[in-house]
Design a protein around this ligand. Structure first.
Ligand code: 5GP
Ligand code: ZN
Length: 211
């Protein structure tokens, strides 16, 4: 990634100062000089953003970003330190939304439920209000309110949901006959629990289109 490449050059210019290197010159002046530069670049971002020239904003933001990397090197920080902080914040924000979630309470075993399958990431339980002879809910242990909240990192998890559903369908003898997997998203689709779940329905002929 370009950020790592640039950061590598910054580290190199610190290790082996060269007379015509901007980074070497700035670093030699000390931390206050770097901080002053960051202040100036931040001001330039503000000025550019008040104007109409998007390209100028990009230019100034790149300058600011670059000088933040120079400060990272001064502080002995790596990109992974910053990325980890952002990731922790993001995950914490998601976790905060789990209070009062019925399925999270079932997952944490605070609420008893007819759990029929469990592994590291997935759980399955009999639906409390079955709509077919077989009606199982396959849910991720991670709290994701709707399918719209899925991110790239969840791709494997979604595959695991389907695999667990297939396993249960096979065990319950509906794999060959046929079964239906449904995920409702938001009110018009009838979603009532805002922690994503795959409905596994089987044991009777299914109508199409669904109601
Ligand atoms: P949705 O309407 O969100 O697609 O599906 C939610 C499903 O969760 C419904 O089929 C409903 O019957 C089921 N359900 C709601 N609360 C509970 C519960 O506490 N335990 C179990 N096992 N199923 C529940
Ligand atoms: Zn939840």
């Amino acid at each position: 990634m370009i950020l790592d490449d640039i950061y590598g050059v910054i580290l190199e210019r610190r290790r082996n100062p060269s007379p015509d290197s901007y980074v070497s010159a700035l670093t030699t002046k000390g931390k206050d000089a770097i901080l002053k530069k960051i202040g100036e670049e931040a001001a330039e971002v503000i000025i550019a953003s008040k104007g109409l020239d998007k390209q100028q904003v990009i230019h100034e933001m790149a300058d600011l970003w670059f000088h933040c990397m120079v400060l990272m090197a001064e502080e002995g920080l790596s990109h992974s330190d910053i990325l980890k902080e952002l990731e922790d914040r993001f995950n914490k924000k998601k976790e905060q939304d789990t209070s009062g979630c019925i399925f999270c309470n079932i997952i944490s075993k605070e609420t008893p439920a007819g759990i029929i399958y469990e592994d590291e990431n997935v759980m399955a339980l009999e639906d409390i209000n079955p709509q077919a002879p077989l009606h199982v809910l396959v849910i991720p242990k991670k709290h994701i309110p709707t399918s719209l909240g899925l991110i790239n990192r969840d791709n494997e998890l979604i595959g695991q949901l389907f695999q667990a559903a297939n396993k249960i369908a096979t065990e319950r003898g509906v794999a060959e006959r046929g079964f239906r997997l449904v995920m409702n998203t938001n009110p018009e689709a009838g979603q009532s629990v805002y922690h994503i779940h795959l409905h596994l329905l089987g044991g009777r002929p299914m109508h199409w289109p669904p109601g």
